[in-house]
Design a protein around this ligand. Structure first.
Ligand SMILES: [Zn+2]
Length: 143
């Protein structure tokens, strides 16, 4: 049985400070990814239990390129977070979502590689990020 479960963690806005040039210490980075991994496990388990499932076979994650997620750190954190959970034997699929912005001045939509990109058409910095900041469970497959 496969069902689609959508959610969004808004990780970026919640945990990243506003000031620029902020560098995470290693400990902060690990704690950050670990708490995300724990949230993922909790949400997936809650959903599986709602469907009277005994285990989760597959977990599909969508991770935005601008979500502030360290790919390798998250993988490491997930490995530890799933131990003893319904996700213990699950296949984890990670889909990377590329960044996309919309210019507030000329409405141009374009690919964005970082949060401070200018519009390539008119040079405006009034850019709204419309894709790439998400972190969500796209689907889980339960048994
Ligand atoms: Zn523009």
């Amino acid at each position: 049985m496969r069902f689609i479960y959508r959610t969004s963690f808004r990780v970026f806005q919640k945990t990243y400070p506003k000031r620029k040039n902020y560098t995470y210490s290693l400990i902060e980075a690990i704690m950050h990814e670990l708490s995300i991994a724990q949230s993922i496990v909790e949400l997936a388990e809650r959903e599986a239990r709602n469907h009277q499932a005994d285990s989760i076979e597959e977990l599909e994650l969508e991770i935005g390129a601008l979500a502030g997620i360290e790919w390798n750190a998250l993988e490491f954190a997930l490995e530890s977070a799933i131990k003893g959970s319904l996700l213990e034997d699950a296949r984890v699929v990670r889909l990377k979502i590329a960044g996309e912005g919309r210019c507030g001045d000329c409405e141009n939509i374009f690919p964005v590689e970082n949060l401070f990109s200018a519009c390539p058409v008119c040079g405006s910095y009034a850019v709204k990020i419309i894709k790439g900041k998400e972190l969500r469970i796209k689907s889980i497959v339960v048994k």
